[in-house]
Design a protein. Structure first.
Lengths: 130, 308
């Protein structure tokens, strides 16, 4: 064990990323949180948004999550979400189409807001990564 | 000889082509099984972390949640039966259905009405044939389930369950408990149909006894323990269903492989048997022809001798 945070980014059907990191930024339902070493144990609900992980080595890992959880304890960070997409896995044009569609449904469909957030998060993730 | 040589040859040929088919199915099942096992393994970390989080919340807060409260007098139960879409998997579907029938009988004996929810065309056909109504059926993913399917099923089951506790046996047909019947994948050779109760949830408090040494950290909950639990528990339920579907898929493939292997072996046996019978028939034919020729020659010789 080094001095780094042990981060696991887990989707329902796979481990998307895991390794040592110096910082994790995620968006909970209350707002953005940044996790550094020595953070107090916390368990919080995430919203559809971008998650940024600064690994010990290499470039920043940018992904989107569809809700889920962030749990921090003893310098172990787990981010759990049903769907996790890394920035390079995101289809930008598809996200844009999705965003348009969700905006049109706004007010008629309960899921519309969620879908907008999801699509926006995807677009933002691609922009950040590029 | 009752069966002619030509007929036997045709039978051997058809058995041979059948053997090719079963052999191919066996190989396909064998290769898919590895993929199914990998999927099950890949899903394990998620389930592990989720269970950890749930037990953390359960240990450090005394929050009552509709999904964990035991109804005082359960009168209605939902049973989710996980079977395959396709046959040719030995007794796979029928043993799950048998297990499910046993559970339904038991629940009925306890005075509960049973709502059936099924996945897989086999279960759908089974209940349709018997004229029993199925509340909802999901089909088309039995050998490679995806998470969204599990989510759809989970959300439906949670919906009917929560209705049951809130609406107090009003006109809404909510249920008081939810059971799942699926096939557990133990090893390549053994798969066991299993019935478990899914809801109300029995949260195992603390993965290891929290009193000793390695205590679960004292978590802060954001925004609150209730809110975290509210979104955590449904995911936990879905993850359990996802686990059941993955296990069922691996079991289905394992049983299909086994069934197809024995079908192939059987075909081999049949070919051997038919070949023997065919050879015997051919030999008998030849013997008969020779004796006919010999008989004819003798008759000719006798006639010649009589003329002389």
């Amino acid at each position: 064990m080094t001095d780094a945070l042990q981060v696991e980014l887990v989707a329902a059907d796979r481990v998307v990323w895991s390794g040592g990191a110096t910082m994790v930024i995620a968006r909970t339902v209350d707002g953005d949180v940044g996790i550094l070493r020595g953070h107090a144990p916390v368990l919080s609900a995430l919203t559809e948004a971008v998650v940024e992980i600064t690994p010990e080595e290499g470039t920043e890992v940018i992904a989107t999550v569809d809700g889920g959880f962030l749990s921090v304890a003893n310098d172990r960070v787990s981010i759990l979400s049903e769907h996790v997409l890394l920035a390079h896995e995101i289809d930008l044009s598809q996200a844009e189409v999705e965003l348009e569609e969700a905006r049109r449904l706004l007010g008629t469909n309960n899921d519309a807001e969620k879908r907008i957030r999801r699509a926006e998060a995807r677009i933002r993730a691609v922009e950040k990564a590029s | 000889m009752a069966v002619s040589v030509r007929e036997l040859r045709a039978r051997i040929k058809s058995t041979e082509s059948m053997k090719k088919i079963t052999r191919a199915m066996e190989l396909i099942a064998a290769s898919r099984i590895i993929k199914a096992q990998q999927r099950a393994n890949a899903a394990a970390p998620y389930a592990r972390e989720l269970t950890r989080a749930v037990s953390a919340v359960a240990t450090y807060s005394n929050v009552d949640h509709p999904l964990t409260t035991e109804p005082a007098a359960p009168t209605r139960a939902a049973v989710l039966v996980v079977t395959s879409d396709r046959g040719l998997a030995g007794s796979y579907s029928s043993s799950v259905l048998k297990e499910a029938e046993g559970l339904v009988e038991k629940l009925k004996a306890e005075g509960k009405e049973v709502d059936l929810y099924v996945t897989g065309r086999k279960a759908e056909a089974f209940y349709k044939f018997r004229g029993r109504s199925v509340s909802q059926a999901w089909t088309g993913f039995s050998d490679r389930p995806d998470y969204d399917a599990a989510k759809e099923i989970g959300e439906k089951l949670i919906e009917v369950f929560v209705e049951g506790t809130e609406a107090e046996k009003a006109a809404a047909p909510g249920v008081d408990e939810v059971h799942v019947v699926y096939t557990r994948f133990i090893t390549m050779m053994t798969q066991k149909p299993t019935a478990v109760r899914l809801l109300p949830l029995e949260v195992v408090e603390g993965t290891e006894a929290p009193a000793e040494g390695d205590v679960l950290p004292l978590y802060e909950f954001e925004p609150s323990a209730e809110a975290v639990l509210d979104s955590l528990l449904p995911q936990y339920v879905v993850s359990r269903i996802w686990f059941a579907l993955l296990q069922a898929a691996a079991s289905e493939l394992a049983q299909r492989q086994k069934a197809m292997k024995s079908a192939t072996d059987n075909a081999d046996e049949l070919i051997k048997k038919f070949t023997r019978v065919a050879n015997q028939a051919r030999q008998a034919g030849i013997t008969q022809e020779i004796s006919e020729i010999v008989g004819g020659v003798n008759a000719l010789a006798d006639a010649q001798a009589a003329n002389d």
